[in-house]
Every structure is written in C-alpha cells, then in structure tokens.
Write a protein that binds this ligand. Structure first.
Ligand SMILES: Nc1ncnc2c1ncn2[C@@H]1O[C@H](COP(=O)(O)OP(=O)(O)O)[C@@H](O)[C@H]1O
Ligand SMILES: [Mg+2]
Length: 281
C-alpha cells in the first residue's frame, strides 16, 4: 500500500492529474472525449448542460464519475452509449467516433430491464446470440452460464426474471454486460436502488468479474465510498450548467482490492474527505 497523503498533497495533484490526462499517449487511451458540448432545447431557451468537457480513459482502467444531481452525468454516459445526440465535440472509442449505439459498449443502468417472462439464462442468451451468431447453441449457453456463475447465480439459470429479487436481477444485468465482451462498460448508478448490504455485495461481484476481464469501465455514482472502492481515478464533475471535469483523484490502492483492508487504510479517509469537500464547495 502507499504512503499516507496529506490533503494539500491531494490538492496539489489536481493540476498534475489534469495535465497527465492531456498528455496520455493515444495508444493507451480507450475512450477519448474531446470538447464535448451538450445543449438541450427547453421552453425557456437552450440549456447548456456540458461545455467543452474533456476526459480520457485508459484501456483497462476503471473510473468513477461523481457530481451533483443534475450536473449532466447521465447525459454524458448516454452520449458515450450512443443513445443521446452530441451537440458539439467528439467521443472516440479506440480512435473511432461514436455515432450511435453498438455492442462494443456494455451498459448497466439502475434497473436491468430484463424480459420478466424469460429465465435468467434466456435473458443473457438474447444478447450473446447477437454478438456470437456463429457459435453453437452449446457454446452460446456456456458463455452465459459462465458469467451467471461468476455473479453468483449458478443455481438460478432457469428461474424466471420476474421471480428474482432486485439484487439478483442486477446480477443478471452484470452477467449480460460482461458476456457480450464489450470494449467498454458504462454504468449509471447501477446499485442506486439497492439496500446498502446488497449494494456492497454487488460491488464485490462487479469488481471480482472486472478483475478477471479488465474491461475499461466508466461508472457514475453519487456514493463516494463506492467511487473509491471501485475506481483507479475518480473524476469530479463541476455543477452545471456548462459542466466540465473539475478535478481528478487517483485512488492508489492495490488490486485486487479487499473491502476490509481498504476501510482500515488511513488514505481511505483522506480520499473520502477530499471528495466530500469537492462536493460541498
Ligand atoms: N431530454 C432533456 N431535455 C431537457 N433537459 C434535460 C433532458 N435530459 C436532462 N436534462 C437536464 O439536463 C441536466 C442534466 O441531467 P442529467 O444528465 O440527468 O444529470 P445527472 O445524471 O447528473 O443527475 C438536468 O438539469 C436535466 O434536467
Ligand atoms: Mg443521472
């Protein structure tokens, strides 16, 4: 583990971290967001949610984005997903501009929108069949079963989605996202609806599967503890309108991470205080 950081150390790192992001070599960058602007038309005129937002994410990196409610986090994520039109600027994924939705991006939202009458397995299969159309039925099923097992649903392959608890449904959502082998995972407050015990369990499940696959991941959360536990860097968004990246905090805990060890680490509280301080000012 790392040497203890003082708060002023972390503050001084702000410029350094922002500069480091600008200077990342394009070869290591997976997601490259350049001068991204989003304007929503409203009855009262144009509302500029994001203006000239820049963000680079490394291949295999896990970042968390925090910011006040309404600052434009979901707007940002849905634009990366290709579900929301870009007003200005560009989003590149592995150097290709995003122009619409695609299977190279796995999306996990707050509620996993499963087909309630289908089993857990069928729900995952639905996507896998589209992404691996050449695979045999057995191969496709094996992929689904592998990921369902990894999220702790080895006994629930054949349960109907409507018979699963909210937490179990979200596990199916995680399995489905990974089974499609996307280049990047996009998560918008995926555990926001769950009670805190289930939320902690699913954070562990997510990290566990992620540790094996190391897919680039961008997660939005308003939970500071979740952001620290999961991320390599926490991106702090300024409050809107015209939101941008305000600050970046590197989380230098080793991986794989152990919740108990992290909670006992002095730096954890420094990180936490720093993030809360940003949100409060
Ligand atoms: N389709 C839309 N039309 C107009 N305004 C919108 C639309 N979607 C979101 N907004 C506004 O844009 C801002 C950012 O919303 P959102 O991205 O959902 O924020 P967050 O996810 O950070 O809470 C909010 O003020 C919201 O009211
Ligand atoms: Mg949101």
């Amino acid at each position: 583990m790392i040497a203890t950081k003082s708060r002023s150390d972390l503050k001084q790192n702000r410029e350094k971290n922002l500069r480091e992001m600008e200077e990342m070599s394009l070869r290591e960058v997976s997601l490259d967001i350049k001068n991204l602007t989003k304007i929503y038309p409203t009855p009262k005129g144009e509302y500029v949610v994001l203006e000239d937002l820049n963000l680079r994410v490394r291949e295999g990196e896990f970042i968390s984005i925090i910011g006040h409610s309404g600052c434009g986090k979901t707007t940002l994520l849905t634009m990366i997903a290709g579900l929301n039109e870009i007003t200005g600027g560009q989003i590149l994924l592995n150097e290709f501009p995003i122009t619409g939705p695609g299977p190279d991006r796995g999306v996990i939202f707050q509620s996993p929108s499963l087909f309630p009458w289908m089993t857990a397995l069928e729900n995952v299969l639905l996507g896998v069949r589209q992404v691996f159309p050449g695979g045999s039925k057995k191969e496709q099923q094996d992929i689904c079963k592998y990921y369902l097992s990894k999220v702790g649903l080895e006994d629930s392959f054949f349960k109907k989605a409507s018979d699963l608890s909210q937490g179990m449904q979200q596990r199916v959502g995680i399995a489905r996202a990974f089974a499609l082998k996307p280049k990047i995972l996009l998560l918008d407050e995926p555990f926001g609806m769950l009670d805190s015990l289930t939320r902690g369990e699913l954070q562990d499940v997510l990290l566990d599967v992620w540790n094996r696959e190391k897919i680039t991941a961008v997660q939005i959360t308003h939970d500071v503890d979740e952001a620290i536990f999961l991320a390599d860097r926490v991106i702090m968004m300024t409050s809107g309108p015209k939101a941008q990246v305000g600050d970046i905090l590197k989380i230098e805990f080793d991986r794989p991470r152990d919740r108990k060890q992290i909670l006992e680490h002095v730096d954890y509280y420094k990180y936490r205080e720093y993030l809360i301080d940003f949100l409060e000012h």
